[in-house]
Design a protein around this ligand. Structure first.
Ligand code: IMP
Length: 439
């Protein structure tokens, strides 16, 4: 049996979708555990690009059991649109299950997200404006509407009224907005309920079923460790816990069910939205990396901020998540960029140098990077399929990274295609690889 958690080890957008897709092939269940449609996964299969916001990446394997766990917040319009699109393309959705306990994003959550950001002005977080924060806030305030509520008109209406009551003041500017009409909101959500009813399930029991029978379960994370509400760069974070521990709470699995923890990291760094980013490259080189890496958001289309690999932050992520494996993505983007820098320490404006990720917001905001510079390479590496085929400097770059973090690299991605990966020896010893070899 193996529970394999896949999390982002940076600020999100590390390429978790592709890694999940690869490992999902031989898994018995893929389950998402947090976030919502603020996430966006792009998968390239046979030259066709697939974009997912809510549905687990494993869905492209016919009949593959895929679940949306209780820790996810669901916008039912986005979910039903995604289902329609997949169905129209002939994808078999029979394996899909949606937790009855997952919370719903309501129209007022989106309005409040928008209003909150507008009010913050220059101090805004740069949220995806999908209503994620307000939905998790209602969950914590015990005013949330859950998937199971969609199946009972009376309960649904009562809960919507109770949830809207304390928000009356902040929703006043939208009082005439048709989305806030109680009757039509209830009707719309009941319709969503009918449309997803066949998928609603007790996903915790489903997860136990596979784990207890000795199966392999992939726990698919969204966003990244540095966007974690407890351990990330608060308040410039998302409103859930993208760290590995939340794979348990967000699905119902126990902590001991999590056998392998895979951290996905790009070979450099990116972040979307506001907040500290010590290794940011706000120059032509950064722009070149952004273009080479196609660094524009799947969900919002926003240009991502780009920077050098931050090993201080990555080591912090390795510890927080007790990473057992690293998957390094987009190594090909570094080809032809000249010498490469990796941040090994931070420096504060008074020139004090430190090697840990600071807990204090002001310290991090003012920190710059201290770098190790390694030779780059010019070769196109997109066709490399083994470590031996990589240029020596690319291998040295990866070895430096892995040694610094103290976590073995299991696989390296050298292009968007599913076949553009290199499995390392450490990768070949993992549960998913063993499983693939048997299959
Ligand atoms: P929210 O999750 O929409 O509330 O946004 C909060 C912060 O997390 C913002 O800086 C977003 O840009 C960032 N964020 C949310 N989801 C993702 C993601 O999937 N990738 C990268 N950044 C994200």
């Amino acid at each position: 049996m193996a529970g394999i958690v896949i999390i982002g080890a940076q600020w999100g957008d590390e390429g978790k979708g592709k890694i999940t897709d690869l490992l999902a092939e031989n898994a018995d269940l893929v389950i998402r555990f947090q976030g919502g449609n603020n996430a966006g996964h792009t998968i390239v299969r046979d030259g066709v690009k697939w974009k997912f916001h809510l549905i687990p990446s494993g869905i492209l394997y016919p009949g593959k059991p895929c679940a949306i766990g209780n820790g996810v917040v669901i916008d039912p319009k986005v979910l039903t649109d995604e289902l329609d699109e997949l169905r129209a393309k002939g994808i078999d959705l029979s394996g899909l299950k949606v937790s009855a306990n997952a919370h719903l994003i309501m129209p007022y959550h989106m309005l409040l997200d928008h209003a909150g950001e507008t009010k913050l002005g220059k101090l805004q977080i740069g949220t995806t404006r999908r209503g994620i924060g307000p939905a998790y806030a209602d969950k914590a305030a015990r005013l949330g509407i859950r998937v199971q509520d969609l199946l009972d008109e009376k309960i649904l209406k009562k809960k919507i009224m109770a949830a809207m009551e304390p928000k009356r003041l902040s929703l006043r500017p939208y009082a005439k907005s048709p989305e806030l009409d109680l009757q039509s909101m209830t009707e719309d959500y009941l319709t969503y309920g009918h449309r997803i009813e066949q998928y609603i399930a007790d996903t915790a029991r489903l997860t136990w079923k596979y784990l207890d029978a000795g199966g392999d379960v992939i726990f698919e994370g969204a966003q990244g460790t540095l966007l974690d509400i407890d351990h990330g760069t608060y308040p410039f974070v998302t409103s859930s816990n993208p760290v590995a521990a939340s794979a348990a709470t967000g699905t119902g699995a126990g902590p001991k069910d999590l056998d392998e923890i895979w951290g996905v990291t790009k070979a450099y760094a990116t972040r979307v939205g506001s907040g500290p980013f010590p290794t940011e490259l706000d120059d032509d080189l950064g722009a070149a990396m952004r273009e080479a890496g196609g660094e524009y958001g799947t969900t919002t289309g926003r240009a991502r901020r780009v920077g050098w690999m931050d090993l201080v932050a990555l080591r912090y992520a390795a510890r927080l998540n007790t990473l057992t494996h690293l998957a390094v993505t987009k190594l090909d983007v570094l080809s032809g960029l000249g010498p490469l820098r990796l941040c090994t320490r931070y420096q504060s404006p008074n020139e004090a140098s430190f090697d840990h990720f600071p807990y204090h917001q002001s310290v991090l905001h003012r920190a710059g990077g201290e770098y190790e510079e390694l030779p780059g390479w010019d070769e196109d590496i997109t066709d490399c399929r083994s470590e031996e085929e990589l240029p020596q400097s690319a291998r040295d770059y990866l070895a430096y990274l892995s040694d610094f973090i103290g976590v073995p690299i299991a696989l390296i991605s050298v292009g968007p295609g599913r076949e553009q990966v290199i499995w390392t020896d450490a990768g070949r010893r993992t549960a998913p690889f063993q499983r693939a070899a048997i299959a």
